[in-house]
Design a protein around this ligand. Structure first.
Ligand code: COI
Length: 362
């Protein structure tokens, strides 16, 4: 890996704002590696800055772009840790395959995360619930207007010292008309277009006093899928239920971690089809007592109400329910280093990526 001579200065001259928010403060370094002539080149850690991009590039014209989201944690850790980066590496490559983009070797993926996290180390928040949010991003740069895959690509890792994307409890609205993803589409991979397609319903939900739409299956609008940027869970009669991975839902890393943690504390977990109308009845009869959303950016957030566009509201517990609270705490305890890493989910940043090793190549 090469290191730009100004990378360290960028960090030393940087001041964190008092209020972090989510994704608003960008770390002043980034990682870049380019693909051309059938192979990936050498990685570069450089100061954060604008890119120059051809107006005819595939990414601008045909949205050949995918991304990931994961976090680096300090809080109680002596050394910064990444949470389950290998899962993100695997998912990035599944997204890449779906979008006819080249496989990125896991070693380059980890190198990018490690270098950015190591240089941005002084900016990694120490408060519980805060972390360095890492955003790996890959896109096609070939300038050519015919519809076809690019022959060259850029992979970046940018980062943002952040709080959870949404604080407090969530109110969600059932989306009975719009569609996030259909079978055979790209719903189960992390393609930027999925998020663009969800924007209209998401902003309409926000304008109506909700945080996010609750998406249903595309063919019948009958079964719950997920929220725009989070997976969905409910407690019914003391057991945890979540929509099964049907091919249209994103297989979240946090979703997988929640399932593991719940089973570990003896809660039965069912990955299955969840019918929206049945769920609303179960909320009314108080058989469904808790609902929550989870994702890297949001961690685990309780859902306090599910609404319909006609104004009907199905209220859940006002604050966090006990199981939601317990799972959130268990997850954060591992991520932030208060308990042993029993599932081997954390990866330490290898010493070689830290700036004090020299500003020459590592
Ligand atoms: C994440 O949780 O990493 C996400 O992808 C959410 C982001 C789109 C805000």
């Amino acid at each position: 890996m090469n290191i730009h001579p100004k990378a360290l200065d960028a960090i030393e001259n940087f001041e964190l704002p008092e209020k972090l928010g989510f994704g608003q403060t960008l770390a002043p370094v980034m990682y870049r590696v380019d693909y051309a002539n059938g192979r990936w080149g050498e990685g570069l850690l450089l100061p954060y800055g604008e890119l120059s991009i051809d107006p005819a590039s595939k990414v601008l014209n045909y949205a050949q772009v995918i991304f990931e989201g994961l976090k680096a944690y300090r809080v109680e850790h002596v050394q910064t840790k990444l949470f389950r980066p290998q899962m993100n590496a695997g998912r990035l490559n599944r997204s890449a395959a779906r979008m006819l983009m080249p496989d990125l070797p896991e070693s380059l993926f980890i190198e990018g995360l490690a270098a950015v996290s190591a240089y941005a180390d002084p900016l990694i928040p120490r408060l519980s619930g805060q972390s360095l949010y890492l955003r790996p991003l890959m896109f096609g740069t070939q300038p050519a207007l015919g519809l076809g895959t690019s022959d060259r690509f850029t992979f970046l890792v940018i980062a943002s010292p952040s709080e959870a994307v949404i604080a407090g409890t969530l109110r969600v609205v059932v989306e009975r008309e719009g569609t996030r993803a259909a079978r055979g589409g790209t719903g189960d991979v992390k393609v930027s277009g999925n998020y663009g397609a969800s924007l209209h319903a998401t902003m309409t939900a926000v304008d109506s006093g909700f945080n996010q739409p609750l998406w249903l299956d595309a063919s019948e609008h009958r079964y719950i899928e997920e929220l725009s940027v989070m997976n969905f869970f409910v407690m019914i009669d003391g057991e945890l239920h979540t929509p099964e991975l049907s091919g249209t839902i994103l297989p979240g890393v946090t979703r997988d971690s929640v399932i593991t943690l719940a089973r570990d504390i003896g809660i039965s977990v069912h990955e299955r089809k969840l019918e929206i109308n049945l769920l609303l009845e179960l909320i009314q009869s108080q058989q469904c007592t808790e609902a929550f959303a989870c994702g890297t950016a949001v961690i685990i957030a309780p859902i306090s109400a599910i609404g319909e566009k006609d104004g009907t509201i199905y209220e859940l517990v006002e604050e966090s329910g006990p199981i939601t609270q317990k799972l959130r705490q268990k997850l954060l305890d591992i991520q932030e280093g208060r308990v042993p890493d029993r599932f081997n989910w954390l990866l330490s940043i290898p010493q070689q990526y830290h700036p004090q090793t020299d500003s020459a190549n590592v």
